[in-house]
Design a protein around this ligand. Structure first.
Ligand code: GLU
Length: 300
């Protein structure tokens, strides 16, 4: 009997060019890289450049330079998400044509008093039956069936979108495609089989799975790794003043990233060649060390 080859592993790192790579994003890159390479998989680099108002000039190049300096090797060319705009828009049209999405003229101010649920603000459905303004966002019609997925680190998650988030935006009022739709279309286009990213994005996952089902896409595996926080508990981000990772002595910072991922590199590796650090990391990678872990304090 012939057995079918398993689907080849494809992972990705998908930074938004809103600033240079900081330690928290390095940790996410390292986790997705080790996960892909230890499964003999591909690892793609996708720059999510579809939100020009939030972009910082030069950030894409700075991210690429930092990843190169840390010894990451991606498969194929760097992918720029803005290049798949036509595919994003045809997925949008498909949803509109099937009456699964509708225009919404509610402003942030209109929704200021909307209730909040486990997935953020709950859209009350104001424009479900029509709105007559010119400038509108497009929202996806949700239902209340449970969306259940098993996160390899965080366990089984179950959410009901209609009551926990309500209909959500897939094209913004300024005409730009929203993150939820773009990421789902691109993961499908690029054949991504496993998404490894920070737990700060876990609330988006049920929305993304719902979109995948409506668009008849495959659902990848999801692994949400802990986010790196400052000693006071705030997430490391541009907003909380996280600096760019140093381009000097990358072995030292790479070892700190491995420690943040629960691995225990020997102290001597901090001053070893980068290739030795990667060799050790690939040989010993144990994602299970992060089971159930939601935050790790910055030790870099
Ligand atoms: N571009 C997103 C970010 O930088 C990550 C997207 C994803 O991993 O799904 O936060």
């Amino acid at each position: 009997m012939q057995t079918r080859d398993p689907i080849p592993y494809v992972g990705r790192f998908a930074p938004s060019p809103t600033g240079p790579l900081h330690f928290g994003s390095l940790v996410a890159a390292v986790a997705s890289y080790l996960q892909a390479r230890t499964k003999n998989g591909q690892w793609l680099l996708r720059i999510e450049d579809i939100d020009p108002p939030r972009e910082q000039p030069g950030a894409s190049d700075a991210i690429i330079e930092a990843l190169q300096c840390y010894g990451f090797v991606w498969d194929g060319d760097v992918i720029y998400q803005s290049k798949s705009d036509a595919e994003h828009r045809s997925a949008l049209e498909l949803l509109i044509d099937q009456n699964l999405a509708y225009p919404c003229s509610c402003s942030r101010r209109d929704l200021a008093d909307a209730p909040r649920g486990p997935l953020g603000i709950i859209y009350p459905g104001t424009c479900r039956n029509g709105c007559n303004k010119q400038e509108t966002a497009i929202r996806l019609l949700t239902d209340d069936k449970a969306i259940v997925f098993a996160d390899a680190l965080q366990g089984t998650q179950s959410h009901r979108l209609e009551s926990e988030s309500g209909d959500f935006v897939i094209r913004r009022r300024d005409g730009l495609i929203a993150y939820q739709l773009a990421v789902v279309v691109d993961d499908e286009l690029q054949g991504v089989t496993e998404v490894v990213r920070g737990i700060d994005l876990i609330d988006s996952t049920p929305r993304q799975i719902y979109l995948q089902r409506l668009l008849q896409y495959r659902t990848p595996n999801y692994i949400h790794i802990p986010v790196i926080v400052h000693a006071n508990g705030d997430k490391l981000s541009k907003l909380t003043g996280a600096p760019a990772i140093p381009l000097k002595a990358p072995s030292k910072t790479l070892c700190a990233a491995l420690r943040a991922l629960g691995q225990e590199p020997p102290a001597s590796l901090a001053s070893a060649a980068l290739s030795d650090v990667w060799y050790w990391a690939l040989k010993t990678w144990q994602m299970e060390k992060l089971l159930g872990c939601k935050t790790r304090v910055n030790t870099s």
